[in-house]
Write a protein that binds this ligand. Structure first.
Ligand code: SF4
Length: 230
């Protein structure tokens, strides 16, 4: 499996656990607020498998979990064997995904390769293509989320509250989702790298944490398990 980035120790990426985070290259979406633009575009340097394996072997017993993030990990054919190998080493596994491949998520469930899933829900159905910039978006994502819910997986859904989403959009999204075991509203931060053509969108004024906390009060009517990471 190829990786384009690594965080050797994180307290933020797996709820309640210390994790190594591995980032896969490439993505089938093109969100203008992407914080990983350097790995979704052309990449010429990858992390060697030797380096990854040495790190994983060295940290067994010291680190709880391995998170595979991206980019979009489900685009990689060898994702599931990799996750299973990591689990066999004794780590918990978490998969971060944009939810566009319910068939791969189904295989992860069937093969018990993932202990915790985190799926993005980026916009109301009517605006999904506009925000994710891919023509095949909201239907597979909702299919993924409903699959995780209906098979009682450990999972969370996350929304980045970009300036272009209104409170009405967020309420609509909360209604479109099934009742979630954990719904995280993440504040928007301007990414370091973005497309020049997206400057106006990206540099729009972010909502403050106080405003997002206010939105959360409204959304809790539909998603009682909503949490704020601040
Ligand atoms: S789905 Fe995630 S990795 Fe892909 S472009 Fe959007 S924010 Fe970036």
């Amino acid at each position: 499996m190829i990786f384009a980035g690594i965080t050797k120790s994180s307290l933020l990426d797996y709820p309640g656990k210390i994790a190594i985070v591995l980032y896969t290259p490439g993505c089938n979406y093109n969100c203008y607020y992407c914080h990983n633009r350097e790995i979704i575009e052309n990449i010429d340097e990858f992390i060697s498998n030797t380096e990854i394996m040495e790190l994983l072997k060295k940290r067994v017993g010291l680190i709880d979990a391995v998170v595979v993030s991206g980019g979009e990990p489900t685009l990689h054919y060898d994702l599931i064997p990799f996750l299973k190998m990591v689990k066999a080493m004794g780590y918990l596994t978490k998969l971060d995904s944009n939810g566009s491949s319910p068939e791969i998520i189904k295989k992860c469930i069937e093969e018990k390769a993932v202990d915790f899933f985190a799926i993005d829900y980026k916009a109301p159905k009517s605006r999904y293509t506009e925000i994710a910039r891919n023509n095949n978006t909201e239907v597979p994502v909702l299919e993924t989320i409903n699959l995780l819910k209906n098979t009682n997986q450990n999972f969370e859904v996350r929304t980045t509250v970009i300036p272009q989403l209104s409170l009405n959009d967020l309420i609509q999204m909360s209604k479109e989702l099934p009742e979630l075991p954990r719904y995280v509203l993440n504040p928007y931060h301007i990414p370091l790298r973005y497309l020049e053509s997206d400057t106006l969108l990206v540099e729009d004024t972010p909502y403050s944490e106080a405003m997002i906390a206010d939105f959360a009060l409204n959304l809790k009517l539909y998603q009682p398990n909503l949490v704020l990471p601040f």
